[in-house]
Design a protein around this ligand. Structure first.
Ligand code: HXC
Ligand code: NAP
Length: 287
């Protein structure tokens, strides 16, 4: 497995990228690699203390420039302020990485309508808010732009026990594909990444709390029998944010070690059949 950066040194030089949820987990990992490739970064989420700490750490590790701005992406006006602060500091915004999310596991019948709202509002409303604010700004300024949206593989399969998240991520995928066509005429690309399991504090503490992580080891559901490395996702994200992917538009790239197809294939669970059993079946067939 490759855990080093794959793009050439200055692949994102001069680009300014906003990452929602960029102070933690996967957003932070993708942001770090963007900085290493020469980008300026704007990280935003609700917790200013987390953002400030991460910005300091990222600048120290990479020598790049990071602007931290607090914002609840459910609030359109706050997003407009993030864009304004970003332009004041760096001159222009080149890309938005819609990464922030909220999620928890629960049988759907146990959810209150407020619980459903809270996840859909962060994931879907937050993403279309950012998309609309940045898109209008780029179109008005006749500037090219690039959206990269983080979804999940259950955006198209659906999934029990995370139903608000599944509904919202499906909406984000539809948004990605719709605008890839509609806004291409303005030079705005829209793509998505669907990650499989990549350990982060945020996801693991909410989706595999307590003993669940031992009982439902996510690596065992993956044909490659391992979880993802953050750098593997960062490599893909940086490529999609760079001009090297300039002809990719409207795509969703899955990076899950084959996990979702494993669940989809009718006979994939025959993996459990032992070699002796295959020998027996072969002998029966030959007879
Ligand atoms: C049922 C729940 C609940 C749970 C909260 N609620 N947790 N219901 N089961 N586990 C209900 C509450 O009762 C309340 O409804 C409503 O949701 C809002 O509750 P709050 O207490 O206000 O919310 P809180 O629990 O503080 O925060 C929820 C959240 C939080 C905003 C979603 O978890 C958060 O900040 N998340 C951001 C980070 C995150 O989730 N990262 C993981 C992304 S991972 P009532 O009716 O009582 O008011 C991901 C990966 C997917 O998406 C794929 C993995 C392979
Ligand atoms: P994470 O660290 O919990 O990231 C979620 C981020 O969203 C946090 O930084 C959080 O910061 C921010 N956020 C939440 N609500 C917000 C709001 N209302 N306004 C602004 N920011 C908000 O989890 P992660 O695992 O890195 O997840 C990152 C992305 O990857 C998500 O889109 C997730 O669905 C996706 N994903 C993850 C996995 C995985 O295995 N980890 C798999 C598939 C997809 P604040 O709390 O400070 O607001």
């Amino acid at each position: 497995m490759a855990t080093s950066g794959m793009l050439q040194e200055d692949a994102l030089k001069g680009k300014t990228i906003i990452i929602s949820g960029g102070g933690t987990g996967l957003g932070k990992a993708m942001g770090k690699y963007c900085l290493q490739l020469g980008a300026n970064l704007i990280i935003t989420s609700r917790k200013m203390d987390v953002l400030t700490e991460s910005a300091k750490e990222l600048e120290g590790e990479t020598g790049g420039k990071v602007l931290a701005v607090a914002c609840d992406i459910r609030n359109y006006e706050q997003i407009e302020q993030v864009i304004k602060h970003g332009e004041d500091k760096f001159g222009r915004i080149d890309a938005v990485l819609n990464n922030a999310a909220g999620n928890f596991i629960s049988p759907t019948e146990r959810l209150s309508h407020r619980a459903f709202d809270i996840v859909v509002d962060i994931v879907l409303r937050g993403t279309y808010n950012f998309t609309l604010a940045a898109g209008k700004n780029w179109i008005a300024k006749k500037q090219q732009g690039n959206f990269l949206n983080i979804v999940t593989t259950y955006a198209w399969t659906g999934s029990g026990y995370v139903v608000p998240s599944a509904c919202a991520k499906a909406g984000v995928l539809a948004l990605t594909r719709s605008l890839a066509v509609e806004w291409a005429k303005y030079g705005i690309r829209s793509n998505a990444i669907a990650p499989g399991p990549f350990p982060t504090e945020g996801a693991w503490s909410r989706l595999l709390p307590g003993e669940l992580v031992k009982k439902f080891d996510p690596a065992l559901r993956v044909p490659l029998k391992r979880v993802g490395e953050h750098q593997e996702l960062a490599n893909l994200a940086a490529y999609l944010l760079s001009d090297y992917s300039g002809y990719i538009n409207g795509e969703v790239v899955t990076i899950d070690g084959g996990e979702w197809l494993m669940g989809a294939g009718e006979f994939s669970n025959l993996e459990e059949v032992k070699p002796e059993m295959w020998d027996m079946l072969e002998n029966m067939r030959k007879k």
